[in-house]
Design a binder for this molecule. Structure first.
Ligand code: SF4
Ligand code: SF4
Ligand code: FES
Length: 238
């Protein structure tokens, strides 16, 4: 018999959800925060970053792509999973070139906020100091690959929300990078500063020029409250 509601638990809390939701969607609706980096509510899931990993009946899965099901037992806020997430965040820091104190998105950056929330201190892995290309050709925006975490949000937003196809991925493994659909950089694409693709970047990789410090440091989103609080405070858990 089909049902319109499935019931399951996340860290022992009973959650009810429509059967067509993913675990992260159901958790959000229930006011339970599952850390994430590439997932964004209005975009199709990318499944790239693995930060949203939870255990379902003891098995690790991406909560942004895994569907809810009756009776599943989901583990989320455990030291084992948070340690795994911390390692991913640490790898992203050492693979890129992140200098938060001088970065214009410090305080509103999801990577930085996740590091704080997960308790990442000085990375134990060696920094790679990779050479990454910056594209400042566009009059209104720039792309600083030093801060790119390859989440693919810009790729999906440009396709699905802006109905363009400005961004993509090129190369593989450690050489993978975000590409644009022009040989001469962003200036020859149809990207505008108002594109949704510009607002979904979780870091300071895609930035609108001349707007860097409109909100002063100290008064930005994650200066006031940790990442995830917007979900944890919106709904009372059952
Ligand atoms: S993009 Fe985020 S993590 Fe990277 S330097 Fe800027 S604030 Fe720090
Ligand atoms: S440019 Fe931003 S949105 Fe695009 S892949 Fe890099 S970090 Fe993600
Ligand atoms: S948020 Fe699920 S894989 Fe990135």
């Amino acid at each position: 018999m089909s049902t319109n509601v499935v019931t399951f638990t996340i860290d022992g809390v009973e959650v009810k959800s429509a059967p067509d939701k993913t675990i992260i969607q159901a958790a959000d609706d229930a006011g339970i925060y599952i850390p994430r980096l590439c997932y964004l509510k209005d975009l199709p899931p990318g499944g790239h970053c693995r930060v949203c990993t939870v255990k379902v009946n003891g098995r690790p899965v991406n909560s942004c792509t895994y569907p809810v099901a009756e009776g599943i037992v989901v583990e989320n806020d455990t030291e084992e999973l948070n340690s795994f997430r911390r390692n991913i965040i640490e790898m992203l820091f050492v693979e890129g070139n992140h200098f938060c104190p001088s970065c214009e998105v410090a305080g509103k950056c999801e990577l930085q906020a996740l590091a704080y929330r997960l308790g990442l201190l000085t990375p134990q892995m060696p920094y790679l100091y990779a050479q990454k290309e910056l594209d400042a050709t566009h009059p209104d925006v720039y792309l600083d690959r030093n801060r790119c975490v390859l989440c693919g949000r810009c790729v999906r937003a440009s396709i699905h929300l802006d109905k363009k196809n400005v961004f993509g991925f090129e190369n593989r493994g450690i050489n993978m990078r975000i590409s644009v659909n022009s040989n001469d950089g962003l200036k020859d694409t149809d990207l505008t500063k108002d594109d949704k693709a510009m607002s979904v970047c979780p870091t300071g990789c895609l930035v609108v020029k001349r707007q860097g410090y409109l909100t002063p440091v100290g008064k930005r989103l994650y200066d006031k409250k940790p990442i995830g609080s917007e979900i944890e405070t919106k709904t009372v858990k059952s």
